[in-house]
Design a protein around this ligand. Structure first.
Ligand SMILES: [Zn+2]
Length: 287
């Protein structure tokens, strides 16, 4: 069922596990993630970046597709459709289209402007029963052309943003989008602990979940991280499986050129990745 992400993340924070946000790119991606969530009896958040939203022909198309699948596939676990790294205008458009959760990424604005815009969007979101994630401090790496420097957030600024009535907070703690460089310093748990204390009991969000070692993920969850974003890992798994299908010449056997056959191994690879993450995050059986 389609819900906001507020309740599922409050429960996760209280019971010390995390709900995965898995970004979607098309029908296969969405179906693979929804089926896995249902099979694992896990709540799930479908992340849609503005770029992926455009690719899928707009937010209305995304909402229509997800709602249709929830009905047709009998998905009973809680599902949120969440705008990932939304701009101010993107947040408004996604809310109008029926998204149940929004991230407003005002982290590139000066803190006063981030506060003003977040405040306005919180009241609009809550009037419609939509959850809102805000962000403090840049997270490293690149996402849809937005480059961050791997900054860590200031716990006092986190407290200011958390106090605006948002539902969950993304704060940079040395995490990076995309593949992690060999010289990565790891997550900054001192800062995470301070942010967790300052904003308790607000669920915290860890972006750039791909490639963070399992023990760091577990420790982050113990310190208040209740939502972990996974994107790159599903992309790599999908593409590896698809490449193997072609390299093995399967497309040349019988009707192996049928797109439903070509894409099937990639779908299975996404399912396996999502399940593995749900196990690590502890969300299985929590729906
Ligand atoms: Zn992110």
């Amino acid at each position: 069922m389609l819900v906001s992400a507020t309740e599922m993340l409050q429960k996760a924070r209280k019971e010390k596990y995390a709900v995965g946000q898995f970004n979607i790119n098309n029908l296969e991606w969405t179906k693979a993630i929804l089926l896995t969530a249902e099979e694992c009896k896990s709540p799930v958040i479908l992340g849609v970046s503005e770029g992926a939203g455009k690719y899928m022909c707009g937010y209305n198309t995304v909402v229509g597709m997800v709602k249709g699948m929830i009905e047709t596939l009998n998905i009973t676990v809680p599902v949120a459709i969440h705008l990932d790294h939304g701009s101010y205008d993107g947040a408004k458009a996604a809310m109008a289209a029926g998204f149940s959760s929004i991230m407003f990424d005002g982290s590139h604005y000066p803190i006063a402007e981030n506060i003003a815009k977040t405040t306005e969007l919180v009241s609009e979101a809550h009037a419609k029963g939509i959850s809102l994630e805000a962000e403090v401090g840049a997270i490293g790496g690149e996402e849809d052309g937005v480059v961050g420097s791997g900054e860590v957030a200031d716990p006092a600024e986190c407290k200011m943003i958390a106090d605006l009535g948002i539902d969950f907070l993304a704060a940079g703690i040395g995490n990076i989008h995309g593949k992690y460089p060999a010289n990565w310093q790891g997550l900054n748990f001192d800062v995470l602990a301070k942010i967790g204390e300052a904003t308790d009991p607000m669920p915290l969000v860890l972006h750039g979940g791909t490639g963070i070692p399992a023990d760091m993920i577990r420790k982050a969850i113990s310190l208040g991280v209740s939502k972990i974003n996974v994107n790159t890992e599903c992309q790599i798994a999908f593409t590896e499986a698809t490449r193997k299908y072609i390299e093995d010449g399967k497309d040349l056997e019988g009707k192996g050129f049928d797109p439903r056959k070509v894409l099937a191994p990639g779908v299975e690879a996404i399912k396996a990745t999502v399940k593995e993450k749900m196990e690590l995050f502890g969300s299985i059986g929590k729906a």
